[in-house]
Design a protein around this ligand. Structure first.
Ligand code: SF4
Ligand code: SF4
Length: 418
């Protein structure tokens, strides 16, 4: 295993971090025995950074990690990363409540690396500050309950830089892989954080498995014909480890062969160690993805904001993902935009073809036309699924209500009789 520091002069962390969000499960419950075996294997091979969060496995991920650490008596040999569920904070006192629950679930009295979970914009961070986030952080750091503070990020590049500049962060966590160089924080964000002395943890190195087992056939063929023979996951991880700016890469592991493959890669990749041929392979793979690309959007955001709130780069990203990987995920992301779930509506149906965005697009994309195509590929016909699901849940609830009110009526009748 190789080790790097996330905070200058701080802990030596395994460059491969154990993501605790995808433990092996049986009938919706964590398979604890198997999870323990897999985590122990990784630990024995040198993995010492374990990343969990309040909502993972419905709260059971933190409990599982706590049990694992206790059972093997390794609290002083591992580093726990955990996150404040910022999206659930409505009142100042909730920082304390969530944090105490997390300590209890993990069965520990301090957390090594603590993050504000899933910040998306400076405005969101400002709201948290108004609720007392800074006071909470300062107090916990002073009390030794939090050793290092950071944030995880899913948003636009310029917002990332603003959040970095707004506080004296120890570290941050970004989505990064060879397909996301210009998406979210991207390479520009990675380099910005590094220059500012803010350590970087990378999440989604395999884009939820899409750069590994779910990669398009053409990509798999390229990899199969390359020497040395390694897995698609190996090349995706190696490309990230090759960046000196990255300190830890999280992999949500739940299969022993994958764990071995990830560890092999982490053991054998130093910064700037990829050969020209290997870098060429990655460029070739990216070319394949480019061919499958529906719209040549780079996610630069120059076209934003749209005066009608259309999320242009977000929709194009869903459209391309749909072509690369298929499946329900890109459609689900787009439907969220159409319906405005948890935020304002931002689907392609809001576009009035005013053309303002096109004057800013360096790629010369016919944005309104492409938005229509994206909507056709991802939108309305798939809306039927959430609607059906909603109706099903609603009618179930209604039936339960009718049943329970009938029971109450019967009871009241019986009681009256008595
Ligand atoms: S053309 Fe459509 S997407 Fe572009 S700015 Fe106008 S409304 Fe927004
Ligand atoms: S300006 Fe063009 S390339 Fe950049 S995000 Fe908008 S559509 Fe994509």
């Amino acid at each position: 295993m190789q080790y790097r520091q996330l905070v200058k002069g701080g802990d030596n962390l395994s460059i491969l971090g154990y993501g605790c969000m995808r433990f092996p499960s049986k009938n919706g419950r964590i398979n604890e025995e198997l999870t323990d075996e897999q985590m122990w294997y990784a630990f024995e091979k040198g993995v010492n950074y374990f990343d969990t969060a309040y909502p993972y496995h419905g709260g059971k991920s933190e409990v599982m990690l706590g049990k694992f650490i206790k059972k093997h008596d390794i609290r002083n040999k591992v580093f726990i990363a955990n996150k404040m569920p910022t999206f659930l904070i409505k009142k100042p006192e909730q920082f304390e409540t969530f944090f105490n629950t997390q300590l209890e679930r993990l069965d520990t009295d301090y957390i090594d690396y603590y993050l504000m979970h899933a910040l998306g914009s400076l405005a969101g961070w400002e709201k948290l500050k108004a609720l007392g986030a800074l006071e909470f952080i300062e107090e916990k750091k002073k009390a030794g309950k939090i050793r290092y503070i950071g944030f995880s990020f899913h948003g636009k590049g310029e917002e990332f830089k603003k959040i970095i500049d707004d506080y004296n962060w120890d570290f941050c966590q970004i989505q990064y892989n060879y397909l996301d160089e210009t998406n979210q924080a991207g390479t520009a964000g990675l380099e910005y954080a590094y220059e500012k002395g803010v350590g970087v943890v990378v999440m989604e190195p395999l884009r939820g498995g899409n750069l590994a087992s779910k990669a398009p056939t053409k990509v798999k063929e390229k990899i199969e014909h390359f020497e040395p023979k390694r897995s698609p996951a190996f090349w995706a991880l190696r490309w990230i480890f090759n960046h000196k700016e990255v300190s830890v890469v999280l992999s949500g592991m739940n299969n022993l062969d994958h764990i071995k493959d990830n560890i092999y890669c982490a053991k054998n990749t130093s910064p700037n160690s990829m050969t020209e041929e290997e870098l060429h392979l990655i460029s070739d793979i990216k070319e394949v993805y480019k061919e499958l690309m529906k719209v040549s959007c780079t996610g630069c955001n120059y076209c934003m904001p749209c005066p009608f709130n259309v999320d242009i780069p977000g929709i194009f990203s869903d459209y391309n993902s749909n072509s690369f990987f298929g499946g329900m995920m890109p459609k689900a992301f787009y439907i969220q935009k159409l319906l405005g779930m948890g935020t304002a509506k931002s689907g392609a149906d809001l576009c009035v073809a005013c053309g303002k965005c096109m004057t800013h697009c360096p790629q010369g994309i016919q944005i309104p036309t492409q938005l229509k195509e994206a909507d056709k590929a991802l939108g309305k016909k798939y809306l039927v699924y959430p609607i059906k699901l909603g109706m099903k849940l609603f009618s179930k609830k209604k039936k339960v209500k009718i049943k329970s009110s009938k029971k109450t009526e019967e009871k009241t009748e019986e009681q009256t009789k008595e």
